[in-house]
Ligand binder design. Structure first.
Ligand code: ADP
Length: 159
């Protein structure tokens, strides 16, 4: 089964990576798909986000990293995917995720949304929290992969 794990990944956190590890165990091919969403104000470009994820997922044989724009169901269909993977951290994620899953099902009933619950250790993590901590001069090294940490340090140094 081909599965898509879509998201903003701005930047990827250890929570995202945990979901990738879990999803790669149930999919034959897992496509991690960086959403290009010009409406959101983001720290990293789509290319930078793909680059970080590709470096992190190097050595995971059934994981591919790419980017997409437009409707997720259109992208999923074009990839031949049968499932969309989403991570759940807390009940607060549920309402939005459930609404998206049902809307996607209305558009394409052949693609199933699968929810994977986070490792409890990472349930507090979000990309925005990581960015906020870094902005205030904190150390997010327990929250992101070292590849992401280095990229964030480069960004804040204006490199
Ligand atoms: P989006 O803008 O699509 O919500 P995100 O990068 O914020 O993109 O999240 C992508 C997916 O990863 C979502 O399903 C989200 O719930 C999940 N996710 C985000 N952070 C974590 C975490 N710490 N643990 C598990 N899942 C997470």
């Amino acid at each position: 089964m081909i599965a898509i794990y879509p998201g903003s990944f701005d930047p990827p956190t250890l929570g995202h990576i945990d979901i990738i590890h879990r999803a790669m165990g149930i999919a034959t091919t897992l496509i991690v798909a960086v959403a290009i969403n010009p409406a959101k104000s983001l720290m990293f470009s789509p290319d930078e986000r793909v680059e970080m994820l590709a470096a992190i997922c190097k050595g995971m044989p059934n994981v591919q990293v790419t980017q997409f724009s437009g409707l997720l169901v259109d992208f999923a269909r074009a990839q031949g995917a049968k499932a969309i993977i989403r991570g759940l951290r807390a009940v607060s994620d549920f309402e939005y995720e459930f609404q998206m899953a049902l809307a996607n099902r209305l558009m394409d009933d052949s693609i199933e949304t699968l929810f994977i619950s986070t490792n409890a250790q990472y349930s507090c993590l979000s990309s925005s929290l990581v960015k906020e901590i870094a902005k205030l001069g904190g150390d997010p090294s327990a929250m992101v992969h070292k590849i992401v940490l280095n990229k964030m340090l480069q960004k804040s140094a204006g490199l």
